[in-house]
Structure formats: structure tokens, C-alpha cells
Design a protein around this ligand. Structure first.
Ligand code: NI
Length: 265
């Protein structure tokens, strides 16, 4: 498999549960934009064999290289990103939930899901698009949601892209992120306003905004419920004093972006 094939597979899987991303993509291409992605983001549980390292393996096999680590203490997450030598390819941002920091109740729900996995599940080469590999009831989802929106999302959606992120700096018809955000609002999309629509600043070298996640019908073991799925993100990067564009992430901003899938808002 080539990187472009993997990205295409991730994109098709993502828009299947995030129709707004395809509509926005279409609106932008209609304006003549050629869309480049800044990064794709994936989530998992920090359990043995299916954590960050396991999700990264299929990307590393195609040439992505590990970069910085991040810690999101409030959300109980660890994260890292990967970058490819081909600058046209998006970075890959992978986070995992630190289970030791959850309550015994939430931990036992997650253990009940992970215990359903066959041995070596995490070694699947198609892990990033494996989907939800366990049975989960709506009450288990709600138990997790009460404590960690992230845990509930992974329980409901499993292994798939959480969001794609448009590289705003490569767009030609929008001078800045505010202009793009205004365009999206004009076309009826709802943006995540937690911490302000634009997170970050030029001095932090990164500005980001995102839509609020689409809601879709999800089949739980006992019933079907409409819950938030995935969102679409937009990032504008600024140069470092060296003149090179900053390629990392800003934890305080990412922390607020994580709330774009929050079913509790
Ligand atoms: Ni992101």
C-alpha cells in the first residue's frame, strides 16, 4: 500500500460517519481550492497491544516518522505526532486514554470491551480503519461519557480517524482562518466555540478551529442512538524565527478542540 492509498481509505471511512466533511470539501473545491491536509487524528485506549504504538505502526511502515510527545492531564491523554518526508502528506496525530487515571467503574467498562478482542488484534495492518471491534451497550457508553467524553467516543466508534484537518495556509481564496470560519458559518456549519472559535495565536505559531461533530445513528448492543461522531478541523501554521513553519501542536488549543465531539454539551 502507498501512503496516498491509506489516506484515501481513511478519508472514505471518515466521511461515511462525517458527511459535513465531504460537504465542506466539496464547497472548497467548487471555489477552486486544492485541499491539503495538515494532519489526521486517531484515538485509542492506552491498553497493552492497542495503544499509540500499535496505531502508529501502519503509518511508520509507509514512512511516517515519530516526532514530539504531548500530555493532556485534564483529559487523561497522552499523544504523539508523526511526520512524513513528503511534505505534501499530512502529519498523523495519535492519542490514547491513560486508563490508570480513570475510576474503577470506567476502567472495568473499558476492560470489558478490550477483553472481547482477539489476540494480536493490535497487529492488524488495517488497524487505523478497523472500526468498532467490540459489543458495547448504551448504558456502558453513558457510564464512560459521565467521566470521559474521549472514552465514550472510542467505545462507540473504535478504530477510525477522529478528524481530518485542512491546511489553511495552502488555501488560495481565504486570507486567514477567520475568513474560512466566516465562510463555513455562512454556509450553515456550526463551529466549536469552546475557548473561542479560533484556538491558539500567531505567537503560538498555530491557529485552529473546528466544526462541531455531526450526529449519526450508532447501533449499540441494545439499541440505536444518535450521538456525535467526528468533526472537521482547520489549521493555520506560522513560521518559527528560523523561517520554517512550526509543525508541532499546542496542547492548550488541542484540549479545547477535543471537545468538538462532546455529547454532553
Ligand atoms: Ni487536530
Amino acid at each position: 500500500m502507498k501512503p496516498a492509498e491509506l489516506l484515501d481509505k481513511l478519508w472514505r471511512d471518515y466521511v461515511a460517519s462525517t458527511p459535513q466533511a465531504e460537504r465542506i470539501h466539496h464547497l472548497l473545491t467548487e471555489r477552486g481550492e486544492i485541499i491539503r491536509n495538515d494532519h489526521v487524528a486517531l484515538r485509542t485506549f492506552g491498553s497493552v497491544g492497542i495503544g499509540i504504538d500499535a496505531l502508529a505502526r501502519p503509518f511508520e511502515a509507509l514512512g511516517w516518522r515519530a516526532r514530539d510527545h504531548y500530555r493532556f492531564a485534564d483529559k487523561h491523554l497522552r499523544a504523539r505526532y508523526w511526520q512524513h518526508d513528503d511534505e505534501a502528506l499530512p502529519k498523523v496525530f495519535i492519542s490514547e486514554l491513560v486508563l490508570a487515571e480513570l475510576s474503577p467503574t470506567a476502567r472495568s467498562v473499558v476492560a470489558g470491551l478490550v477483553d472481547q478482542l482477539p489476540l494480536d488484534f493490535g497487529a492488524r495492518p488495517d488497524l487505523p480503519t478497523a472500526g468498532r471491534p467490540w459489543m458495547v451497550t448504551y448504558s456502558e457508553y453513558q457510564t464512560l461519557l459521565a467521566e470521559s467524553e474521549y472514552a465514550a467516543w472510542v467505545a462507540a466508534f473504535g478504530f477510525r480517524v477522529n478528524h481530518f484537518t485542512v491546511d489553511v495556509g495552502t488555501l488560495s481564496t481565504f486570507p486567514d482562518l477567520e475568513a474560512l470560519d466566516a465562510f463555513l458559518v455562512e454556509h450553515g456549519f456550526m463551529l466549536n466555540e469552546s475557548g473561542g472559535v479560533v484556538k491558539g495565536s500567531p505567537s503560538e505559531r498555530l491557529e485552529q478551529s473546528s466544526t462541531l461533530a455531526d450526529s449519526i445513528d450508532v447501533q449499540f448492543a441494545d439499541r440505536t442512538v444518535r450521538i456525535p461522531s467526528c468533526y472537521y478541523e482547520f489549521a493555520r501554521r506560522y513560521p518559527l524565527p528560523s523561517g520554517e513553519l512550526f509543525q508541532g501542536f499546542v496542547p492548550a488549543s488541542a484540549d479545547k478542540i477535543f471537545e468538538s465531539t462532546d455529547a454532553r454539551r
